[in-house]
Design a protein. Structure first.
Length: 147
């Protein structure tokens, strides 16, 4: 599944390296009769450019807007599915531990419901990015079980 807000990674310009990255934004599979959605690490990128440099809250909101675009595309491709931001499980990579509260607050502003999320301190794909979020849906999750 591609994100209509982002340039396909396969078509990134050469400024990001001699070869385009080879990853998929998301995948949709049917397992045991259920539609399952797996969203790769998603960052504050529109087109191919990083947005909101230095602002972790704005980057988090942009990540979630990108995830919402992928969810909409998944629902279009799988009409029987009803994926929603508040029913996904999240893995959130935060570059600086001191940004954790701002990331949690930004997620709460966008999603406006308890979610299952794991937060990890880690580097992300570009030096100017402060947060990256993976998500999955269609499986049994314990909503509100934040770690």
């Amino acid at each position: 599944i591609e994100n209509p807000r982002q340039l396909s990674a396969y078509h990134y310009p050469s400024q990001y390296g001699p070869r385009s990255p080879t990853f998929s934004r998301a995948g949709l599979v049917k397992l045991g009769g259920r539609d399952m959605l797996f969203i790769s690490g998603t960052a504050s990128i529109v087109g191919h450019q990083t947005l909101h440099g230095g602002d972790v809250a704005a980057q988090t909101r942009e990540c979630l807007h990108n995830i919402a675009a992928i969810v909409a595309e998944a629902n279009r491709l799988a009409p029987d599915a009803d994926f929603r931001l508040d029913q996904l499980a999240y893995k959130v990579y935060v570059r600086h531990p001191s940004d954790l509260a701002a990331v949690r607050d930004a997620m709460a502003q966008v999603i406006d419901a308890p979610v299952a999320a794991i937060f990890l301190q880690a580097d992300v794909c570009r030096a100017d990015l402060l947060v990256e979020i993976e998500a999955s849906g269609g499986h049994a999750i314990q909503v509100g079980a934040s770690v």
